[in-house]
Every structure is written in structure tokens, then in C-alpha cells.
Design a protein around this ligand. Structure first.
Ligand code: ATP
Length: 241
């Protein structure tokens, strides 16, 4: 279980980006973090993974706990070792390397070559499309295929929890469906998911629970079903009336 209690995040000692949020991601569940541009969603994920410090940000109050251990002072490597992988926005593939080489980067925590091979086989097994593309140069793949590569790379570390930032961004509708099918499959196999999305509709299809952020605060939360039926969510985030 991942838990955030009254977490506040400040960049460069002056920019208050997250203003005391609390949220929980129970084991095996999928939680969606929703909201518009600049709401503080990416900052929240970066605070959890510890990457925030690379951008001169800090958790200035509150705490973050994973599996009963406090991680808000841990460095990013320790967070990965604890079982959390952060897939950042923008499909950061190593463009000049092959798909398989990209996947191998995600397996660097495994202790032996045999373990890495096992992980690789299990990723190919779960994402058939990657097996077919394994020798291709990643930079020439479509956006959706690159998104699958970064998800596959995350799976290489055999994480308990994957946090993924805007998986649907810039993808054609059919590709969005395919990427979310893969996320559903991951969830079905027991991986806990925390998904940041501006595409509220697809996020609430897979999520069990959702939080809506605005201006650094959580303004609404509830079971996915409840959020889908909530008038404000329907009007502002789903474009329905
Ligand atoms: P988006 O979907 O646009 O990324 P978001 O909800 O993920 O939105 P954040 O990226 O977390 O929002 O940004 C929250 C606030 O923090 C914004 O006001 C943003 O300008 C600010 N911010 C984000 N990154 C930095 C940074 N590295 N340094 C300073 N301020 C930042």
C-alpha cells in the first residue's frame, strides 16, 4: 500500500506545487490521479519516486509511505528497490537503441544474466507486439509502440507498483485502447497502478478509485463509478452534460 499524508512539495524553495495532499493506493488496485494542466499531478509522482530532487523540488511537509516504510527521504534508487517504478511523461525511450536494448536497461536491478533473460521472456510473453519488434530501432516506432516499450521496460524490474504519467498523451484512439488493455492486463496480474491522466474517460474505465487535483490540492475523490456519475466530473472532465 502506498500512502501520502498531507504532502506538500515546493520547487526551488519558492514554488508551492502540491499543497498538502493525502491519498492511498491499496495493493492490487488501480488509482487514477486526474485534473487539468499544472494541477500538480506529475509533481506528486515525482515526489513519490524521489525524482523531484533532480528538479530542485522537495517534500517540505507530510510523509510518503510504501509497504509501511517511509520513502519521502529515500533517493530514487532506493524507491525503485522498494518496488515502485515511475514511467515518466513523454515516452522517454533511448531512441537509437533497439527495443530489446531499451528493455534490458529496465532489468539492470536483476542480479544475474539468467534472471534478466527470464524477465525479458516474461515481458515478451505479456506484450507480444514487443517480441515482434525486438530488433527494431526504438526511435522509428509509432508513439503507441514506444509507450509499450516504456511499460515493458518498467515491467523488467518486476515492480509491485507502476506509476505512469499520461500514457494516452498524443496517441491515436486505437493505440490508447491498446495501451490501456495492456495496463488492464498488468492490473489483472496483480501489479498495483497509479495512473496520471488528462483523459478522464479512459482512466476511469480502468481505475477502481480516483482523485481529482486542482491547483495543488485534491478537490474531489471517490470510487471510479461515483466519479463517472459526478456532475462536475461529467461537465468539466468528461465533456458531458
Ligand atoms: P501537466 O499535465 O501539465 O504536467 P500537472 O498536473 O502534472 O500538469 P505539474 O507538472 O505537477 O502539473 O505542475 C504543478 C505546478 O508546478 C505548475 O504550476 C508548474 O508550473 C510547477 N512546476 C512543475 N515542474 C516544475 C519545476 N521543475 N520547477 C518549478 N516549477 C515547476
Amino acid at each position: 500500500m502506498l500512502e501520502l499524508n498531507n504532502v506538500e512539495v515546493i520547487y526551488s524553495d519558492v514554488i508551492l506545487a502540491v499543497k498538502g495532499i493525502s491519498l492511498a493506493v491499496p495493493d492490487g488496485k488501480c488509482v487514477a490521479l486526474l485534473g487539468g494542466n499544472g494541477a500538480g499531478k506529475s509533481t506528486t509522482l515525482k515526489a513519490i519516486s524521489g525524482i523531484i530532487r533532480v528538479e530542485d523540488g522537495r517534500v517540505t511537509s507530510g510523509n510518503i509511505n510504501f509497504d509501511g516504510k517511509r520513502i519521502d527521504k529515500a533517493d530514487p534508487t532506493e524507491v525503485v528497490r522498494s518496488g515502485i517504478i515511475h514511467v515518466m511523461e513523454g515516452r522517454r525511450v533511448l531512441r537509437h537503441l533497439t527495443v530489446e536494448q531499451n528493455l534490458l536497461v529496465g532489468g539492470h536491478m536483476e542480479s544475474s544474466g539468467r534472471d534478466v533473460r527470464k524477465r525479458l521472456d516474461s515481458v515478451y510473453d505479456r506484450i507480444r507486439r514487443l517480441a515482434a519488434l525486438k530488433d527494431r530501432i526504438t526511435g522509428y516506432l509509432s508513439g503507441g509502440e514506444q509507450q509499450m516499450v516504456v511499460i515493458g521496460r518498467a515491467m523488467m524490474a518486476n515492480p509491485k507498483l507502476i506509476m505512469i504519467d499520461e500514457p494516452s498523451l498524443g496517441l491515436a484512439p486505437l493505440m490508447i485502447d491498446e495501451v490501456f488493455e495492456l495496463l488492464k492486463d498488468l492490473k489483472a496480474s496483480g501489479t498495483t497502478l497509479l495512473i496520471v491522466e488528462q483523459n478522464t474517460r479512459v482512466a476511469l474505465e480502468i481505475a477502481d478509485y480516483g482523485y481529482v487535483m486542482e491547483n495543488g490540492r485534491i478537490v474531489l475523490e471517490g470510487a471510479a463509478e461515483e466519479l463517472r456519475n459526478n456532475e462536475d466530473v461529467r461537465e468539466f472532465y468528461l465533456g458531458l452534460d
